[in-house]
Write a protein that binds this ligand. Structure first.
Ligand SMILES: [Zn+2]
Length: 280
């Protein structure tokens, strides 16, 4: 099967063309219009300067998932940029217990306030997983909406997230009512291994989960079902982008793209939380 010489797309997941070597259309587009990381850095750091001048107890919100990326973001905010966020964690009823522990331990370590908002997304996962589709986009949209509400309530103008990929060619996006969202890690191209290295002395333990996640119980099951229907992972575009940008090596990426084998206990655990899957 034809495989892109830069990322991990194959002809099964993307159109592959030939230059001197096989290359997917996404990599070809990227070669023509590469991301200017210096520009990303400049726009993010100018915004962080503004945040630093916010004369408030909480200068921004950190949308906190308890996963490694948001922990790296917290570390950068506190140690590097000397900014005081309030962390907002939306518990959608499908976070592992380790995640909540991690979130509490790390925010305590940094003496940072943490709000946990409980919302049950069972309805969403039942609907989407029974169609064997990806729930990620809708889930993160719902989470961001909750975080935005907290920003509105507290009069905070900036929401920081731990996403590593920019929105196209910018790391900042305008949300409703003048609130800005900043993807803090986007300019810095921190590789997977470096992230673990950065947080190794923090009170954070890697949970044992399925798929490319350090916080979500649903992802593995969603991937398994999608795989059964389509024969590939719905994470392919995100993971291919990480390889393209040099954040992840191909070998690791391919590992993440394999069909996960979810043990029966995890299905039982999800069932006990309310998930009802047919054909299982
Ligand atoms: Zn490619």
């Amino acid at each position: 099967m034809l495989e892109c010489s830069i990322c991990v797309h194959t002809e099964k997941t993307k159109k592959i063309l030939f230059e001197d070597k096989p290359i997917c259309v996404d990599c070809l587009t990227y070669k023509k219009y590469p991301i200017d990381f210096n520009k990303l850095k400049k726009e993010v750091e100018e915004t962080l300067e503004k945040i630093k001048k916010e004369n408030k107890k909480y200068q921004c919100i950190l949308a906190f998932s308890g996963g490694k990326d948001s922990v790296v973001a917290l570390k950068l905010l506190k140690e590097e940029f000397k900014i005081n966020p309030i962390c907002v964690l939306v518990d959608n009823n499908y976070l592992s217990e380790d995640v909540i522990k991690n979130a509490i331990n790390v925010t305590k370590y940094y003496n940072t306030d943490l709000i946990i908002i409980n919302r049950d997304f069972t309805w969403l996962f039942n609907e989407v997983l029974n169609r064997c589709e990806s729930p990620c986009r809708r889930c993160s949209r719902l989470i961001l909406r909750e975080v935005w509400r907290v920003a509105k309530l507290l009069g905070i103008k900036y929401i920081i997230t731990g996403h590593e990929l920019p929105f196209g060619h910018s790391a900042i996006r305008d949300m409703k009512d003048g609130i800005k969202m900043i993807r803090l890690l986007a300019p810095y191209k921190i590789r997977e291994e470096e992230k673990y290295e950065l947080i190794k002395d923090l009170p954070w333990k890697k949970p044992n989960l399925y798929g490319y996640t350090t916080n979500c119980l649903i992802l593995g099951v969603a991937l398994e079902r999608f795989y059964q229907k389509y024969g590939f992972s719905f994470e392919i575009d995100r993971i291919a982008a990480m390889v393209r940008l040099g954040l992840l090596n191909k070998e690791k990426a391919k590992e993440f793209l394999k069909k996960p084998n979810i043990p029966e206990e995890l299905y039982e655990e999800l069932k006990s939380r309310g998930l009802k899957l047919i054909n299982k």
